[in-house]
Design a protein around this ligand. Structure first.
Ligand code: SF4
Ligand code: MSK
Length: 659
């Protein structure tokens, strides 16, 4: 698919930052970075052309008889030295991306479970079980008795059960109990019900070793099984345990964008994924003695903001402002106003170290899994969390006192209403006395809501930051498709003003009516990238509620990662596809078109009763593909009414722009 990929390849002097991002704050900072002689990932993406053979996944370096490069234009004209075909090579490469993405999510989940175990066993005092209602609900969902039992006894049983999510050698993982019966039956028939994620990830790495699994169909099967071990396993554990420990989100109005930084405050940014670090940082930033220190240093106080998915985790639990998504993490340092950037794991660009150095900002790594050359490492331990976060804040105060960099903060702040957990969606639509998915299902059946789309994932400098997300979502809601969001995507939409109830005016008449009746935005931010499991649970609830088919594959739903970049995003793909969801990706897709592997992913899996993949770099085409799929499912369910997809021209789009 190399020809279709949107790769910006201009010479440095021709760069117009408006071609690279629609985020005005990021543009302002890229212009400043240029004046300051500072390079960012945007500059590197322009000057570094993506390797076309790698982009097509047509090369293999799994052994030293290679590396072997095949020809995407004549994919069956050549094989690797060992005889591996293009389908084997692409499927193996894909499988290793899935394994890596699943490992990232499940290891994050395991960290949350480690913390839960230590809390339950009384070895950690700084964290507590915050949401006992959720604890009982999760326990009951996997068959643990809760009636009349002590909370800690339930919690101990829950820990033991959930540990199997990772370690189970044979048999189905606990959350398989949450999968709709017909979907589970399909998995059993295909032999893809996951065992523990450690086993599945180990097996995928074994199978993709030179000379083991050399049938693309069999490799793809293991991709599905491993991805399900993540989506219905490790990721789901991460979300559920985070909710139990830190509270289940409910909607809250939050501020987004770089204008949340304050020149006369000590500014602390937390970036990464794990809520335990951030929760402790909140404590440290509110510590009276540290606030006094900040004041002694001449600041008005300490200002804490999140970025990326760390920010998405806590903005909904505490209303902490969010300074920007993945592609703004270097740009925010260019403000000169960041007194410390504290990171844990995932999506932390190594380039941050250089940019931080240029502006005299300490970059602090905290997790044993993530050290960065040039950064300071202060290890975070859950048994004494404030030892780390207090020290980080002290460093920030010191940097404030000695700020040398010129400060320029883009004065842009947007408001979003986020925090729609799947539990809250149920309550919001059904009310206290009728909390259920019935109203959602009814509104889908009566056609007010055409279907539901999950639009998730990263931003990527190979496409214009935020633009693909925003244009895609605008098209979807205009066509009465309710949108749920996770990760960096929701921050793009918040910056565009689409995550407030007022954005209902941009929706089609049916969706608008529902949003205005309930007072909800047409675009629901539901958490960080690991929280995609909330979407799966919502899908299961819709099936179980009745009237929309027997399996997730019957639902009028679709998913998209329009600006994806990480292997975690790739692993979410087969998780959703194997769960039955049509899943489309933008930017690029690591595959050669019209090969057997391509036909399997983009068509064959659906014939097996699963979902399927789609790809387009164009947001309007992505919207068309998703809406066509939703309409196909409505027709199959017999709930299709004569309705046309609303095609918008540029004038229509301009009319819909939110100020
Ligand atoms: Fe080449 Fe086969 Fe070795 Fe891959 S495994 S590098 S295709 S010889
Ligand atoms: S942080 S995986 S850029 S969503 Fe979760 Fe954002 Fe994608 Fe990282």
């Amino acid at each position: 698919m190399a020809e279709e990929k949107k790769i910006i390849a201009k010479k440095d002097k021709e760069i117009n930052f408006r071609d690279l991002t629609t985020c005005d704050a990021t543009i302002q900072m890229l212009e400043k970075a240029k004046r300051d002689g500072v390079e960012t990932a945007f500059d590197r993406a322009v000057s570094m052309k993506a390797c076309p053979i790698g982009a097509n996944s047509a090369c293999c370096k799994h052994c030293s008889m290679g590396p072997c490069r095949l020809n995407a234009k004549d994919p069956y004209g050549k094989v690797g030295v060992c005889g591996a075909t293009i389908d084997t090579i692409m499927a193996r490469n894909f499988a290793r991306m899935v394994a890596s993405g699943c490992a990232a999510h499940t290891d994050h989940g395991m960290s949350m479970l480690d913390l839960f175990r230590e809390v339950v066993n009384g070895n950690i005092q700084d964290y507590k079980i915050k949401d006992t209602v959720k604890l009982e609900e999760v326990a009951r969902s996997i068959g643990i008795e809760t009636e009349g039992r002590e909370m800690m006894d339930i919690a101990k049983d829950l820990y033991k059960e959930l540990e199997r999510t990772y370690t189970q050698v044979e048999g189905e993982i606990p959350f398989a109990d949450r999968v709709p019966a017909k979907t589970l039956e399909t998995w059993r028939k295909l032999g893809i019900v996951p065992r523990g994620s450690m086993r599945e990830i180990m097996e995928i790495m074994h199978r993709t070793h030179m000379g083991v699994d050399q049938h693309y169909e069999n490799i793809t099967k293991q991709c599905s099984r491993t991805a399900l071990a993540d989506g219905w396993g490790g990721s789901m554990v991460a979300t559920e345990i985070s909710d139990i420990l830190f509270g289940t989100p409910s909607p809250i109005s939050i501020e987004v964008n770089m204008g949340v930084l304050k020149e006369d405050y000590v500014n602390v940014i937390v970036h990464g994924h794990e809520p335990n670090l951030f929760e402790s940082m909140i404590e440290s930033c509110n510590e009276q003695s540290l606030i006094e220190e900040a004041k002694k240093a001449g600041a008005k106080g300490i200002n804490l903001a999140g970025m990326c998915c760390s920010g998405a985790e806590v903005l909904v639990r505490h209303g902490i402002p969010h300074a920007g998504n993945f592609m703004s993490t270097e740009a925010v340092l260019v403000t000169g106003a960041v007194d410390v950037m504290c990171v844990d794991v995932q999506c932390i660009k190594q380039g941050l170290a250089k940019v931080a150095e240029c502006y005299g900002t300490p970059l602090i790594t905290t997790n044993p899994r993530c050290h960065i050359e040039g950064a300071t490492h202060i290890e975070f331990h859950e048994h004494n969390p404030k030892d780390c976060t207090d020290e980080v804040v002290i460093k920030a105060i010191s940097r404030f006192k000695n700020r040398k960099a010129k400060v320029e903060i883009p004065q842009i702040r947007n408001i979003g209403v986020h925090g729609f957990s799947h539990e809250y969606i149920k309550y919001m639509l059904g009310g206290t006395f009728r909390a259920s998915y019935r109203p959602l299902n009814d509104n889908i059946i009566n056609g007010r809501i055409r279907g539901v789309a999950g639009v998730v994932g990263c931003t990527n400098p190979r496409v214009k930051q935020d633009w693909v997300h925003v244009e895609l979502v605008k098209e979807l809601i205009k066509n009465d498709v309710l949108v749920v969001q996770t990760g960096c995507s929701q921050v793009a939409l918040a910056k565009a003003g689409l995550t407030t109830p007022e954005a209902a005016v941009m929706a089609g008449p049916g969706l608008r009516e529902v949003c205005e009746t309930v007072g909800m935005p047409p675009v629901l931010g539901i958490g960080s990238c690991v929280d995609n499991s909330r979407i799966l649970i919502a899908c299961a609830e819709m099936v179980n509620e009745g009237g929309l088919g027997d399996s997730i594959a019957d639902l009028p739903v679709a998913g998209a990662a329009p600006e994806w970049m990480s292997e975690k995003a790739i692993s979410i793909g087969p998780d959703f596809v194997a769960s039955g969801v049509y899943t489309v990706f933008g930017v690029t897709f690591p595959i050669v078109e019209e090969t057997k592997f391509y036909k399997l992913l983009f068509d064959g899996l659906e014939k097996q009763g699963l979902g399927k993949w789609g790809f387009s770099p164009d947001p309007y085409e992505l919207a068309r593909m998703m809406i066509d799929h939703i309409d196909k499912k409505r027709k199959a369910l017999g709930i299709d009414k004569a309705r046309e997809r609303v095609l918008m021209d540029m004038a229509d789009r301009q009319k819909l722009e939110v100020a």
